[in-house]
Design a protein around this ligand. Structure first.
Ligand code: GLN
Length: 455
């Protein structure tokens, strides 16, 4: 099919479903057709031959796109049109992808439901009374609704893997440093990582292969030995050692989710993998360590939104200080403010050692626990989230409860390791259940191989 035909199909679908589900903050139909014609010409001339040439994609609204509104789903960036493009997005564009729009998210990627967006909620494609997960809920919903061929998300503590699980799609957070963060509006810089949100594992490998690159513009970018991920797609898990962390299957885990993960473990066993339960230590410290570190980094990263350089500025003010104060009070939502306050507190003198430093030490110890586990196992199999997608409105009143629901995903960010979320069943309401495969640093191919064999 032609590039225009692919776009026609996607926009026809958007006309049908977007009004109800609201996956996008911005749609760029005109721009997409313009890109399409340029790409079509290159394809016809044989200048673009890759698998992604001409494919319509959606980008989470925290990645800068030159000339296209980038809001982070915040009021404070309601008018921000970047003058440059994020490297991961540029890699897609270079491969011939057509960017059709920017997807909804929790404000500044803080949240697990996409309900903290200034631009309204996104609904779960499997049941519109439920959330799509978050923070990359718009990307997950867009993929599940066929409103794009695939999307990019970002994952600081689960924001790719958890919404993928809630919407029944495939999502991967790569090893920290694999995909450039240049142009990704920072939340927790030491944890943030961009990754693919796709319909299946094959697409996931192809997208990862395209967006992963060494980038001088990101000082934490890593040069990897190889960037070939599609060769991992062989249906063979014989002898693969899979560990189930006992502490992940106790209190708080929904029984249907638990049953689905154990069933997946059985499937792996039948295919020849060796499955064993084991003790992963320090699980109970992951949430406090994560929320201290992520908030600390966020409080520093969000200093730049002051009404001076770009974005929203309050209408009436006295001196410079009142301008800062009013701009930030009006521009940020309550979850973002909560994180800024928490982050400023744990970094303030007198509390730095007690909280922030301790959290960093805990992070190092958690990484060691995972290193130890990966001496024995190739893969850790876990739920992506303790439940299926909650009802809209049920998480906002109780932030602590929402933070606790990140239990299975945040450790991978603290340890810097890759995680792949794939669908593994549905609950009795028809909502998708996702499992998570975790691997040691740089073991994306092992995860993709196992995921491919399973699906
Ligand atoms: N829910 C987590 C948080 O609010 C993770 C979000 C993310 O990965 N961006 O911080």
């Amino acid at each position: 099919i032609s590039v225009r035909e692919a776009l026609d199909a996607v926009f026809a679908q958007i006309d049908q479903t977007e009004g109800r589900y609201h996956a996008y903050v911005t749609l760029d139909k005109e721009g997409a057709y313009k890109q399409a014609d340029v790409i079509q010409e290159k394809i016809d001339k044989g200048e673009l031959t890759g698998a992604l040439a001409g494919v319509p994609v959606a980008i989470k609204d925290n990645m800068c796109t030159k000339g296209l509104l980038t809001t982070c789903s915040s009021k404070i960036l309601e008018n921000y049109i970047p003058t440059y493009t994020a490297s991961a997005v540029q890699n897609l564009t270079d491969a011939g992808c057509v960017i059709i729009g920017k997807t909804n998210m929790d404000e500044f990627a803080m949240g697990s439901t996409t309900e903290t967006s200034y631009y309204g909620v996104t609904r779960n494609p499997h049941n519109p009374d439920h959330v799509p997960g978050g923070s990359s809920g718009g990307s997950a919903a867009a993929v599940a609704l066929n409103e794009c061929f695939f999307a990019l998300g970002s994952d600081t503590g689960g924001s790719i893997r958890q919404p993928s699980a809630f919407c029944g799609i495939t999502g991967m957070k790569p090893t920290y440093g694999t995909v450039s963060r240049y142009g990704l509006i920072a939340y927790g810089s030491s944890l943030d990582q961009i990754g693919p949100m796709t319909k299946n594992v094959t697409d996931c490998a192809a997208v990862l292969e395209t967006i992963a690159s060494y980038d001088k513009k990101d000082s934490t970018s890593m040069k990897r030995e190889e960037y070939d991920f599609t060769s991992a797609l062989v249906r063979d898990v014989k002898g693969l050692r899979i560990g189930l962390p006992k502490d992940y299957f106790g209190e708080g885990l929904d029984s249907e989710v638990k049953a689905a993960i154990f069933k997946a473990a059985e499937t792996f066993k039948r295919m020849g993998a060796i499955v064993e339960e084991f003790d992963l230590g320090l699980v109970q410290y992951a949430i406090p360590a994560y929320y201290i570190i992520a908030s600390a980094e966020a409080s520093s990263n969000l200093e730049r939104f002051d009404g001076v350089k770009y974005g929203y500025r309050t209408k009436e003010y006295g001196d410079l200080h009142s301008m800062y104060k009013k701009t930030r009070s009006e521009g940020f939502g309550s979850e973002v403010k909560r994180r800024i306050m928490l982050g400023s507190f744990v970094l303030s003198s007198g509390y730095y050692d007690a909280y922030y430093l301790k959290a960093l030490k805990t992070k190092a110890l958690i990484k060691q626990e995972f290193d130890k586990a990966f001496e024995k196992y190739d893969i850790i199999l876990a739920p992506a989230a303790p439940t299926t997608a909650p009802l809209l409105g049920s998480s906002l009143q109780d932030p602590i409860k929402m933070y606790l629901s990140d239990i299975y995903t945040i450790s991978a960010n603290l340890a810097g390791i890759p995680g792949l979320s794939i669908p593994c069943g549905k609950d009795n309401k028809g909502l998708p259940i996702g499992m998570q495969l975790l691997g040691g640093c740089f073991q994306e191919k092992t995860l993709l191989r196992a995921g491919f064999a399973y699906e």
